[in-house]
Design a protein around this ligand. Structure first.
Ligand code: 2IP
Ligand code: CA
Length: 379
């Protein structure tokens, strides 16, 4: 499993580099931005270039993991389908080819013959990242790749990625929106039980290099299986919970009744808002918020699997909110933790993998119970 972790860290850094290149290289950025401003809505236009960037990153991760771990190849899934229709109405399947030239030629058919953009994208896909400096030596987890599945969110908080606002990050405080909310998420789960066992998060726009001003990323990882719980993020040693009070982060589109209930529970200055489902769970991991509460079914397995594994490694987790509110108080929280192996067969498309019951991401069980107590009979 240490090999798998090292591979995921490397491929997440490659993915982060593709995300940076798509904003740094003008021909690619133009394609990215045009879709957002919508000024080409009526022009024959490459279908949603943002999605192409997502798909390219997802296919690159799928290609690299499936090559090194063939037993996992059929169980590596993500948000996007790799089938594209180009401007001529031809259906093109986006894959990573064995050479950069072949990948560029394939991408050019999706990019309506824009060979400049295709070559820039292909170069980023085939470029090996700088070495990943993290200590995974000696990590031995008794799991076989054939027991595992992978969820990929190539660029979470895509709206923030396209918007591209650069917010000055205030150490120790979460920042509601901006490029830093965009994350590459790669989560690994046990096919038998659906529990998350490994997560890699890469924040491609963590800070600008003081020297050249280029964006630099930051990665976070965690492994949680049986008695093995290791996370690259150290737990924050705060004062006794009671003294500090509870802080919560929400989506700006959260229900009014949840906002009101948590305002009275936490106090108005301890209720925060931020973009990005993955980013809000990362805020809980880093101790920038105690909990992330979401009453809507607007997130998916690819949003939560990776950061869920890091929270498990820190002694916390991500529960299904609806199921937790229905469960008797004595029920163990682990019975309502989100799982990642079974679709909702009554639904179609991406909804088959939605976290329909909403969620609560937490580090500390007692804080989870406070949230559930306050929301019981409200939803
Ligand atoms: C989105 C993204 C959004 C989030 C939504 C996710 O994933 O994380 O930011 O909404 O739930 O599905 P919100 O920002 O209100 O939390 P993606 O950006 O990959 O579509
Ligand atoms: Ca997402």
């Amino acid at each position: 499993m240490a090999d798998l972790l090292r591979l995921l860290l490397r491929v997440a850094e490659k993915a982060a580099n593709v995300a940076r290149v798509c904003r740094q290289e003008a021909p690619l950025f133009q394609l990215l931005v045009q879709e957002k401003t919508g000024e080409d809505k009526n022009k024959k236009f490459v279908q949603d270039f943002k999605t192409l960037a997502d798909v390219v990153i997802q296919e690159m991760i799928r290609h690299d993991v499936g090559t090194q771990f063939p037993e996992m190849a059929g169980f590596i899934h993500g948000e996007e389908s790799n089938k594209f229709e180009n401007g001529l109405g031809e259906s093109v399947t986006v894959t990573v080819c064995s050479t950069e030239e072949e990948t560029a030629a394939l991408l050019a058919t999706v990019l309506d013959g824009d060979h400049t953009a295709a070559s820039l994208l292909a170069r980023a896909i085939h470029q090996d990242p700088t070495t990943i400096d993290t200590s995974t030596d000696g990590l031995a987890v008794p799991l076989n790749p054939s027991e595992l599945g992978v969820w990929i969110d190539p660029i979470d908080a895509t709206s923030q990625y396209i918007e591209g606002r650069e917010e000055a990050l205030d150490e120790g405080h979460l920042s509601p929106s901006g490029l830093h909310c965009a994350l590459v998420l790669i989560g690994v789960y046990l096919r038998s039980t659906g529990e998350p066992v490994m997560g890699v998060i890469n924040q491609p726009f963590n800070h600008r290099d003081p020297a050249g001003g280029r964006w630099r990323g930051k990665h976070f990882w965690g492994v949680s299986y049986g008695s093995i719980n290791i996370c690259s993020v150290s737990t924050t040693k705060d004062g006794p919970k009671g003294e500090r009070g509870l802080s919560a982060v929400l989506s700006s589109s959260e229900k009014q009744v949840v906002k009101e209930t948590l305002t009275s529970l936490c106090g108005p200055d301890k209720l925060m808002y931020a973009s990005g489902a993955g980013y809000k769970i990362l805020c809980v991991i880093q101790g920038l918020a105690d909990v992330y509460v979401l009453s809507e079914g607007s997130t998916f397995k690819w949003d939560s699997c990776a950061p869920h594994a890091l929270l498990r490694a820190l002694g916390g987790g991500v529960v299904d909110l609806t199921k937790s509110l229905q469960a008797s108080c004595e029920a163990q929280d682990c019975k309502t933790e989100l799982t990642y192996h079974q679709p909702h067969n009554e639904c179609k498309g991406a909804d088959r993998w939605a976290n329909h019951g909403g969620l609560v991401a937490y580090r500390d069980c007692s804080q989870l119970r406070s949230i559930l107590g306050a929301l019981r009979d409200k939803l």
